[in-house]
Ligand binder design. Structure first.
Ligand code: PGA
Length: 251
């Protein structure tokens, strides 16, 4: 059975002390609650070890937002999957549209990042999604298929089974313009079918597929009520406990 998940993506926000305060605040808010989903927070790399030490990681998983595509060595400024795993973080967000767009991460680079993450026991939260023009041209189904195939379909079924997928239409990220629950359901079902074609129906049924893009307290319930929407990847609304908590409680 696939697990539901609400994951926060803090992006390049919060200093270390601000991030610690946010993580501790969430930890406190969730302390006595029985959760119906996995909760994950994606902090800046500089915060990982401190955040892991400050919260109950059996309740809140910690994610990096990127990792290197190389194992180790002379790659100044890069942070490897092994380094991330050594902080106690268990997840890594890969393939976010901002990484693809601003840092030119190709399908091939992302493929190697996924391999590095898996080799070091991290769960990739792998992002896919079309830009506005592609949706307007009716190409969104083809685009997500291409993204999945190019970066993920060389994985063994065993490794593919370790992934979480996040569908994030680029036109909905940070814009306040959410996909409707119907649009999300339609493409999530399509993504699951694409996975089934390659890996079989059981593995597809067991794959967690998150929606991301201006998800908030108001629209979360409708989105996660859809059968193929297993949770969310939350940017802006993950930066305050007051906004994030109702999303966690949307299940
Ligand atoms: P948003 O970001 O919730 O601010 O739209 C989502 C994301 O980029 O993961």
């Amino acid at each position: 059975m696939r697990k539901n998940m609400i994951a926060g993506n803090w992006k390049m926000n919060t200093t270390l002390s601000e991030g610690l305060a946010l993580a501790k605040g969430l930890n406190e808010a969730l302390k006595d609650k029985t959760l119906k989903c996995n909760v994950v927070i994606g902090t800046p790399l500089t915060h990982l070890a401190s955040v892991v030490a400050a919260i109950d990681t059996t309740k809140i998983g910690v994610a990096a937002q990127n990792c290197a595509d190389k194992e180790k060595g002379a790659y100044t400024g890069e942070v490897s999957a092994a380094m991330i795993a050594s902080t106690g973080a268990k997840y890594v967000i890969l393939g976010h549209s901002e990484r693809r767009q601003y840092y030119h991460e190709t399908a091939e680079i992302l493929k190697t990042k996924v391999i590095q993450a898996l080799a070091n026991g991290l769960t990739p939260i792998f992002c896919i999604g079309e830009v506005l023009k592609e949706r307007e041209d009716g190409r969104h189904f083809d685009i997500v298929d291409e993204q999945i195939k190019a970066s993920l379909f060389d994985l063994s079924p065993e490794d593919f089974g370790k992934l979480t997928i996040a569908y994030e239409p680029v036109w909905a990220i940070g814009t306040g313009k959410t996909a409707t629950a119907e649009q999300a359901q339609e493409i999530h079902a399509h993504i699951r079918q694409t996975i089934a074609t390659q890996y079989g129906a059981t593995l597809a049924e067991n794959t967690t597929i998150l929606y991301g893009g201006s998800m908030n307290a108001e629209n979360a319930k409708d989105l996660v009520a859809k059968p193929d929407v297993d949770g969310g990847l939350i940017g802006g609304a993950s930066l305050s406990v007051e906004k994030f908590l109702p999303i966690v409680e949307a299940f």
